[in-house]
Every structure is written in C-alpha cells, then in structure tokens.
Design a protein around this ligand. Structure first.
Ligand SMILES: C[S@@+](CC[C@H](N)C(=O)[O-])C[C@H]1O[C@@H](n2cnc3c(N)ncnc32)[C@H](O)[C@@H]1O
Length: 268
C-alpha cells in the first residue's frame, strides 16, 4: 500500500479492454517526484495502490510494467538506447553479433528484447531483486542466456568468476541509475567487468547530470569523460517518459567506449 497517500483521488485512465489491466493514476494536482509516483491497479477485483519504485510488486503482475510505463506513460528508453547503440556500431563498422552484453538493472527484459532485435551475440541480465528475474523468465524466456539476481557491490567469488568468464564487451543500463536504484559503486563494478574498448550504453535523468546533483553521478560521469576513462560518442537529451501529470521527464542517453577501469577514488 502507498500508506498515507492512499487517500489520493485517482483518474481512471484505462477503461477495461480485453486482456488489459485497469490502472488509475493520481489526479494531476498531486505533485509527486519520480520516486514517489504511484498508481492503483485492479487485481482480482481489488484496487491495489502501488508505488512505481515497488518493482517487486509491479513485476509480479504480468503486463503491468509494460502497460503502465510504456503504453500509458510513453516510456521510450529501451528503444532509444538500442537505436543509438546500433547507430554507433554501424558508424564504426561493428557487427552487433560480436557484442557480449551485461544488462545491468535488467528488470523484466524490455531492454534485452531491444538488444536482441538489433542482433547482439550474447546477453546476460543482472538485477538486484528476484522478481525481476522471475518476470523476465516468465515474459521473455528467450532473451537472456543467463540472468543473475545480485548486488554488483557484493558479488560472491563464484558469481564474479562466472560474470568474468562471459568476457563482456558491452554494458547496458537503462532507467536504473539514481534515486534508490543503482548507485555509482554498482555502476562502477559493472563497468569494470567490461573489456577495454567495449561499449557503454546507458541513460540517466537530466537532473543527475546537473550542477545540483547529489547522487554522485554528475561528478562520476564528468570525470569518466574528462579523465578519458570513457570516450563519449553520443549524448542526447530526450523524453524518457511522461510523469503521472502528463509532463515530460527528460533523460540523457549516453553511448561511449571504455578506455580503462573506473578507479575507486572516482566514487563520491
Ligand atoms: C525502472 S526498472 C528498469 C528495467 C529495465 N532496465 C528497463 O528499462 O525496462 C529499474 C530496475 O533496476 C533494478 N535495480 C535497482 N537497484 C539495483 C541495483 N543496485 N542493482 C541492480 N539492479 C537494480 C530494479 O530492481 C529494476 O528492475
């Protein structure tokens, strides 16, 4: 439950149609930051209030993530990142099937699906919650060749060895950095599993790259570029999705190539 916010009034945006869930969003007058957004969903005849960051609850309801973020709120990020990566590969004359990708914060597999569409060779997902893996295996069973539930900052020696054995040359990380999601230390751990000259494809909310950023990502990404740990090939500001009030949320899509590991002192 959303707790003290459960009194809010909702607009029912999705009249029932075959096979779809009934979802209500809070009225536009309820101003919410992205990590406080929530909705109400009709499940087995009962309305459940679910915060957008309660990914475990969202993934347990088949189709909710797709319907909420993609159909209603127009999330474009998996498409945008895959398309930009494909363009950079083409410019450099790279065949997508040579890519061995670590998809960090893989969720229920929407990014993996787009990466499969552009023809990547190998694809391994990592997410911190088991519900993400269960949803990916349930909804997109053929997308990942392996999918691990793990905290990148506390890998067991066995899993570290297994991840190293994939010899990843690409990192994707979409809609998962910042807020209470992936911290700089976990991003660094994943980045450092990618081989030198590998591809780095990710996005991040524009605010986390601004002067006011307190997440640590603005400084980290500036240093990656300035100190040539990563060569930035593309940086594009675009509409990631709309918020519950219908206003655009802007993110940066970044595609680069890795030159060297991120030193520990780059972390906040
Ligand atoms: C908004 S979803 C994005 C999922 C997918 N990348 C997409 O674009 O559809 C964010 C995902 O990041 C995962 N996540 C949050 N913190 C994480 C962490 N520290 N390590 C790995 N995954 C994390 C969440 O469990 C969730 O599945």
């Amino acid at each position: 439950m959303v707790g003290k916010e459960s009194h809010v009034e909702y607009d029912d945006l999705t009249p029932a149609r075959d096979g779809s869930l009934r979802i209500r969003l809070p009225r536009p007058s309820d101003r919410l930051d992205q990590d406080a957004e929530h909705c109400s969903v009709l499940v087995d005849g009962e309305w459940q209030d679910i915060r957008f960051h309660d990914y475990d609850r969202i993934y347990r309801i088949p189709g909710l993530y797709e319907q909420l973020f993609h159909d209603i709120l127009d999330c474009s990020s998996p498409d945008v990142i895959a398309k930009l990566l494909k363009e950079e590969l083409q410019q450099d004359g790279y065949e997508p099937d040579s890519l061995r990708v670590l998809d960090l914060g893989a969720g229920n597999g929407l990014v993996g699906e787009q990466l499969r569409n552009i023809g990547v060779g190998a694809l391994v997902g990592v997410d911190i919650i088991p519900e993400a893996r269960e949803a990916a295996l349930r909804d997109r069973p053929d997308v990942y060749q392996a999918y691990h539930v793990a905290d990148m900052t506390a890998l067991s020696p066995a899993l570290r060895g297994e991840l190293a054995s994939y010899r990843f040359n690409t990192l994707s990380c979409v809609a998962a950095l910042g807020y209470a999601d992936i911290p700089p230390a976990a991003f660094r751990a994943a980045f450092n599993l990618i081989s030198d000259n590998g591809w780095i494809a990710f996005n991040i909310k524009d605010r986390f790259l601004s002067e006011e950023d307190t997440s640590g990502f603005a400084t980290l990404i500036r240093r990656l570029r300035d100190e040539k740990v990563m060569t930035l090939l593309t940086s594009e500001r675009y509409q990631h999705r709309r918020n519950v009030s219908g206003e655009p949320l802007h993110y940066f899509a970044l595609i680069g190539t890795k030159n060297s590991d991120i030193p520990e002192d780059f972390l906040p």
